[in-house]
Design a protein around this ligand. Structure first.
Ligand code: FAD
Ligand code: DHB
Length: 391
């Protein structure tokens, strides 16, 4: 039977980052991932990093490529009623955000872990966690046709919303909080220059649209769509037409179109489970909470969980202190609920929820108020760049 100190389930950003930070602090760990390396590396997801996430990645010694290739954005724009209002993040908060795709973060993490000779097990099938209410948790899995069993001190459930860890905790020990939204986001990636040098979040009577990017030659665009929509029904031409209709004229005219290199639909959901610890099992990132993507918080929240958990584990192995581990759930949940609230609020003022024109008028009134109020803009900006960390 193999042994490690921390068994990490899932090689998404939270699992890989936790693995790297534990490794740098001399803590042995193994990462078990259901999918292939190529599948994990190819998933197009988040694009915006808070400064706190950038700093954590630097602490994990991943900075070089990120620092040279990221785009630092000092502002974002809100478009509505045919106009666009810039939110000067830097002036309002002193902070900026970095545009650097989750694919790049994942690649940097995989490269760093591989270079260090990490135990990264891709295509690990039938992963099962057991005995995590005792001091000797176990993980069983199949790899290359053989069954393996691993003993460890702790299990980190970094296995996303559909993972096995949360589902293995006894019914009744967890409380879940959930909201689904009656729409999704249809996203495309295209090798065309972005419409603007900063992100534009647009409220339109036909639904939300977002202009984002990965670089000055690669754009990422989203339009709100129905949950029952089929990808096949969205030709590139239809997508570009719908996007331009939902943007103010001046921005629409600046959209450069081209063939999509990726196209996908993601449903929107808010979800939180409490607590995030059961015995020696800790839930981290999307396994613990999901936010709708509007506030660009999902990946940042996953990194924030890792920040709290790795420090608690380092302290435990260095001094046998358990109080930080005991506080993990409370600290991570406090930040998660702030992101859940912000993401819900930003979603609610930017999306079309019904055909009722009263709702749209209320949204426009709120956006009009926001654009004229430094207090309201500061609140948005503070949340968007990321709230300060607890000490
Ligand atoms: P994940 O990235 O989900 O990683 C979990 C890993 O665990 C996966 O690799 C999975 O294969 C693995 N796994 C699952 N089950 C098992 C098992 N039984 N055994 C072993 N391994 C397992 N956030 C934004 O901020 N902006 C966006 O635009 C955005 N778009 C998104 C689009 C989609 C379709 C999704 C699903 C998420 C999106 N997010 C977005 C959220 C963001 O990508 C996540 O918050 C982030 O990936 C969380 O990282 P994680 O490591 O916690 O979870
Ligand atoms: C991106 C995704 C988001 O959810 C967001 O709020 C901003 C940017 C992106 O994929 O680029």
């Amino acid at each position: 039977m193999d042994r490690t100190q921390v068994a990490i389930i899932g090689a998404g950003p939270s699992g890989l980052l936790l693995s790297q930070l534990l490794y740098l602090n001399g803590i042995d760990n193994i990462v078990l991932e259901r999918q292939s390396r190529e599948h994990v590396a190819g998933r197009i997801r988040a694009g915006v990093l808070e400064q706190g996430t950038v700093e954590l990645l630097l602490k994990a010694k991943l900075g070089e490529r990120m620092l040279s290739e990221r785009l630092v954005h000092d502002g974002v724009s809100l478009a509505f009623a045919g106009r666009s209002v810039r939110v000067d993040l830097k002036a309002l908060t002193g902070s900026s955000v970095s545009v650097y795709g989750q694919t790049e973060v994942t690649k940097d993490l995989m490269d760093a872990r591989t270079a260090a000779g990490a135990k990264l097990m891709f295509e690990a099938a039938e992963v099962a966690v057991a005995d995590f209410d005792s001091a000797h948790p176990k993980v069983r899995y199949r790899h290359n046709g053989r069954t393996h069993e691993l003993t460890c001190d702790f299990i980190a459930g970094c296995d996303g919303y559909h993972g096995v860890c949360r589902q293995s905790i006894p019914q009744g020990a967890l409380q879940t909080f959930e909201r689904t939204y009656p729409f999704g986001w249809l996203g495309i990636l295209a090798d065309v220059p972005p419409a603007s040098h900063e992100l534009i979040y647009s409220n339109h009577a036909r639904g939300f649209a977002l202009c984002s990017m990965r670089s000055m030659t690669r754009s990422r665009y989203y339009v709100q769509c129905g949950l029952d929509e089929k990808l096949e029904a969205w030709s590139d031409a239809r997508f570009w037409d719908e996007l331009r209709v939902r943007l103010p004229d001046e921005i629409a005219a600046a959209v450069i179109t081209g063939p999509s290199i990726e196209k996908s639909i993601a449903p929107l959901r808010s979800f939180v489970v409490e607590p995030l610890r059961f015995g020696q099992l800790f839930l981290v990132g999307d396994a613990a909470h999901i936010v709708p993507p509007t506030g660009a918080k999902g990946l940042n929240l996953a990194a924030a969980d890792v920040r709290v958990l790795y420090q608690a584990l380092v302290e435990y192995y260095r001094t046998s202190r358990t109080d930080l581990l005991e506080r993990y759930s409370q600290m991570a949940l406090r930040r998660a609920w702030q992101a859940v609230r912000f993401s819900w609020w930003f979603t609610s003022i930017m999306h079309k929820f019904s055909d009722d024109p009263f709702n749209h008028r209320l949204q426009l009134a709120e956006l009009d108020y926001l654009s004229g109020s430094t207090a309201a803009l500061t609140s948005l900006a503070e949340n968007y760049v990321g709230l300060p960390f607890e000490v």
